[in-house]
Design a binder for this molecule. Structure first.
Ligand SMILES: Cc1ncc(COP(=O)(O)O)c(C=O)c1O
Length: 353
């Protein structure tokens, strides 16, 4: 399907003259920089951080692109993928006019950013098997629907969305389709990045917060057709990725092997914990996970949650979320943490038997 991305962009964003920073206006090498009102003396902390960073982070994007088999110009970096979600909604959805579709239970920030941007929200719940309800999605789409947000592997359910269903939407919806792949490195499924050439409306989001172990850096990625990325670059804050984050992320990318080892360990722990929890009579269901957490159904989620808090162990109580009644979401911890968690759940279960 051919899609004119420009048709989807808000008129005021199309017309916008973006801010032109000092580093946009002069990109070359020079001996003396007196163009950006920085502190030329440096900082007492370190002499390296007195200059503004590269607004488009080319060095970092080149390295990410080579690892992810895409091109630097297909990448937008955000202050966490949360910023990527906000920018996309802000660029493409006209407040009080357009809408986005989400499929709950899913990551909460799609809805929050729709609300912040005063954009309509349509919810099409997943099926009981936590897959897409294609018929309901088709019925929900209207002329003002700009973006469908899909999350795979999905948070909080942990499962991957069936690839053919995602392809069906990509082929039939003439707006943007986001696939939030925050947890893709823990998954048996392959990323949609390789499909970018096929689908101009495909927008992939990934993050350094999960598999890369760098949640505190706040670094997220939007990977999409250059028509989409160019629009997002137009509206992002000029220096949204700070210098320290760019440097540390570059270093992290040099350590792919150790990151892959960590992912392997977490996946092994996930499988161990899922098996152990499934063996407890107290646990009603352990949902299959392609992520670094598992969703678990128990008879008394609030009781178990409170008990774990009292023991100093915090999991996420999802029991008031649609289709997750009675469920706790448990992030995979270290081997020691997982064993302690299991022992405490066993202790709680004994008390309720
Ligand atoms: C599905 C999903 N997308 C995005 C995010 C946010 O990621 P970031 O830390 O990059 O903002 C999260 C965080 O939990 C998430 O679960």
């Amino acid at each position: 399907m051919s899609i004119d991305i420009n048709r989807l962009v808000r008129q005021n964003i199309k017309d916008l003259t973006p801010y032109s920073s000092a580093r946009d206006e002069f990109k070359g090498e020079a001996r003396i920089f007196l163009d950006a009102n920085e502190n030329s003396l440096g900082s007492p902390l370190t002499k390296w951080y007195n200059r503004y960073p590269d607004p488009l982070q080319w060095e970092l994007k080149k390295k990410i692109a080579s690892i992810k088999a895409t091109k630097p110009e297909n990448i937008l970096l955000g202050n966490g993928s949360d910023e990527c979600i906000d920018l996309l909604i802000r660029a493409f959805c006209e407040p009080l006019q357009d809408n986005i579709i989400i499929c709950p239970p899913t990551y909460g920030m799609y809805e929050v950013y729709a609300n912040i941007n005063n954009v309509g929200l349509k919810t099409v719940p997943l099926t009981a098997a936590y897959q897409l309800d294609l018929e309901a999605l088709e019925a929900a789409v209207d002329a003002a629907t700009k973006i469908i947000f899909l999350c795979s592997p999905n948070n909080p359910t942990g499962n991957s969305i069936d690839r053919e269903d995602v392809e069906m939407i990509l082929n039939n919806f003439d707006g943007l389709v986001v696939i939030d792949e925050a947890y893709i490195n823990f998954s048996r499924q392959r990323s949609f990045i390789a499909a970018l050439a096929e689908y101009p409306n495909l927008v992939i989001m990934q993050t350094f917060s999960k598999a890369w172990g760098l949640a505190a850096l706040r670094l997220g990625m939007t990977i999409a057709h250059t028509d989409v990325i160019d629009i997002l670059n137009k509206i992002k804050p000029p220096y949204n990725i700070n210098q320290a984050t760019q440097e540390l992320a570059l270093k992290a990318l040099d350590n792919l092997d150790s990151v892959n080892t960590m992912i392997g360990e977490l996946v092994q722990e996930r499988e161990w914990l899922a098996k152990e929890l499934s063996g407890l009579t107290y646990v009603l269901q352990v949902y299959p996970s392609d992520a670094n957490f598992i969703l678990v159904k128990v008879p008394d989620a609030n009781g178990l949650y409170g008990y774990l808090v009292a023991q100093g162990i915090i999991v996420r109580n999802r029991s008031n979320v649609i289709l997750c009644e009675g469920c706790l979401r448990i992030t995979i911890g270290t081997a020691t943490e997982n064993r302690e968690l299991l022992a405490q759940i066993q202790q709680f279960a004994k008390g309720t038997a």
